[in-house]
Design a binder for this molecule. Structure first.
Ligand SMILES: [Zn+2]
Ligand SMILES: [Zn+2]
Length: 326
């Protein structure tokens, strides 16, 4: 009895430490979001005011640069804000365990009986587990949901999130079913904006070093040179990081219909792989005109997913053959 009380005390202490850690993490995340918005505002000021308005000599070029920059900047900020403010999608109420089943589950200590209770409750739910009899039903005690396919409990957000990809400290949010498309668009528009800014600042630098910038006194020259070199270096650096680290990784996962959490799971194939085109449409939708606009157009409801060829083998054989390449 004493030991039980002691264990309970340790559990409560651990939970308190976790709570403190995640509330600290959320505070840091909020600071990160503010810093990123500040960085975007600074970037806007340097490019529009210092570079385009005060440095570029040709009015036609000035107008062209400003139009292109504003389109890319607007799409970039719109995508970023949509990722940050879109609440993560949670499982629908049909996945919640009924009160009687919950009491039965909590009062039961034998894992095999608990599994039977969950299997019975999940019988009519659209779960991959119902085809793949080898995988146990997953239940979240905190949210009291039977977890839909590809759903995970995020300890930072403290909720179960549909098709969760990862929790991002720079977004102060989880990237999942509801905002995955916005995240991908943000990853696309940031490097485009960086490449464009980098090219314009390089062009202005060449004008500067070849003395083609008229009406510029020594003070203006120092400011312009500083702005151009800062923009060029930062843009190039961030662009390299973005392209290699994020774009390649996340867009190849979209084409494979996998989340970051699913990499390495599902043996050598994944049951949700429908082929490149259909996988792309799962996230970006069927209407091409919405693909590159930060408007929600993903297919489905996030709690069940169409299954690819792999499931046919499972239905035929009853088990997953991990050695069979897809
Ligand atoms: Zn949960
Ligand atoms: Zn989260």
């Amino acid at each position: 009895m004493e030991k039980q009380e002691e264990n309970c005390k340790i559990d409560i202490e651990e939970e308190e430490t976790d709570k403190e850690y995640y509330s600290c993490m959320r505070r840091v995340s909020r600071i990160m979001v503010t810093l990123i918005i500040g960085l975007l505002a600074t970037w806007y000021y340097i490019f529009v005011v210092e570079l385009c308005i005060f440095t570029v000599p040709s009015p036609a070029l000035k107008a062209t640069f400003l139009v292109i920059f504003h389109i890319l900047f607007f799409l970039c900020v719109w995508s970023y804000l949509r990722v940050v403010i879109t609440p993560p999608a949670v499982p629908p109420e049909t996945f919640r365990l009924s009160e009687s089943d919950k009491q039965l589950y909590l009062s039961e200590e034998r894992p095999e009986v608990q599994e039977q209770i969950l299997s019975r409750a999940a019988k009519n739910l659209p779960l991959y587990y119902n085809i793949d009899s080898e995988t146990p039903i997953k239940y979240c005690r905190k949210c009291q949901f039977i977890k839909p396919d590809r759903c995970h409990h995020c300890t930072a957000c403290d909720i179960c999130i549909l098709k969760v990809d990862h929790h991002c400290i720079f977004l102060n949010n989880c990237v999942g079913f509801s905002n995955y498309k916005f995240f991908l668009l943000f990853l696309l528009y940031v490097p485009l904006l960086l490449i464009f800014t980098s090219a314009v600042s390089l062009y202005c630098s060449i004008l500067f070093w070849t003395d083609q910038l008229p009406n510029m006194d020594s003070k203006d020259s120092v400011i312009a040179l500083f702005c151009m070199s800062t923009l060029f270096c930062m843009s190039t650096l961030f662009c390299i990081i973005f392209c290699y680290q994020y774009i390649y990784c996340h867009y190849s996962l979209v084409l494979m219909n996998q989340t970051l959490l699913e990499v390495g799971i599902h043996c050598e194939y994944n049951p949700y792989d429908l082929g490149y085109r259909k996988n792309w449409r799962q996230v970006f939708g069927n209407k091409k005109r919405y693909w590159f606009i930060p408007i929600f157009s993903s297919l489905g409801d996030g709690s069940s997913f169409p299954l690819g060829d792999a499931t046919e083998d499972i239905e035929k054989n009853g088990t997953i053959d991990c050695q069979t390449p897809k």
